[in-house]
Design a binder for this molecule. Sequence first.
Ligand SMILES: [Zn+2]
Length: 273
Amino acid sequence: MTPVVQFHYRVDPLLFFPDLDLAGLDPGAWYLRPPYCEDGFLVVDIGAFVVRTPERTLLVDAGVGNGKARPNACFDRRADEWLVAPGEIDTVVFTHLHVDHVGFATRFDGSAWVPAFPDARHLTTAAELEYWTGTDPDGFRERLGDYVGDSVLPLRAAGLLDVVAPDHRICPEVRLLPAPGHTPGNVCVEVVSEGRRAVFAGDMVHHPLQLARPSLSTDFCVHGACATHSREALLRDVADTDTLLFPAHFPDAVPGRVVTDPAGGYRYEPVTR
Ligand SMILES: [Zn+2]
């Protein structure tokens, strides 16, 4: 497994969690200190993971991408180094179809956005594809830009997008875990190998603040209460076990173990080699 961090991103806590009582938080709490917070901003790194199994090389999510017009100035027309070679990947798994998870799936060929991994299958779920290619009932596409048009539809047009069940098994070591709420067809990716287990959690936990307070969903969650339910179930499942959690946006994409905090919620024990 190799993390591929595209860029280091800092977000106003109230942009992510508009109802958060900032004054009610202990400023010395572990999740409000570096590396998780800097100068009052939440650190939300953007990137992806490459997962290698004996038969597959998977890319889990695909960052914001480069050169794409976006309303969010931090995502707009990026020009970042990206170290994933097109021929290396045979399977691209989207935990969900948000703007910061699909970007590198396409590249501009001089006249159009085309698949960046033309030899790879790209996996999403029916609920996810239907929601993001539908009528935009909640106005998210308006808010996030037409990233579906430049990053998802070209995959479908090229016949490279597979709609799979939310518990689909990709290969003996890798399967999807349903985790709806953040988006309607959101999934996690579970890898079990040689008796060890990892869960690529996507945006189930955007920021460690949500480990301390699992009921906290973001302003980008389509169904906040459902996202909370899925997050609480995931954290109960992995807490106090050997399972390694790989959240999509933690600083430098460092995985960790989740442990019950006697003071409430959970803590994160990062694992670095
Ligand atoms: Zn995200």
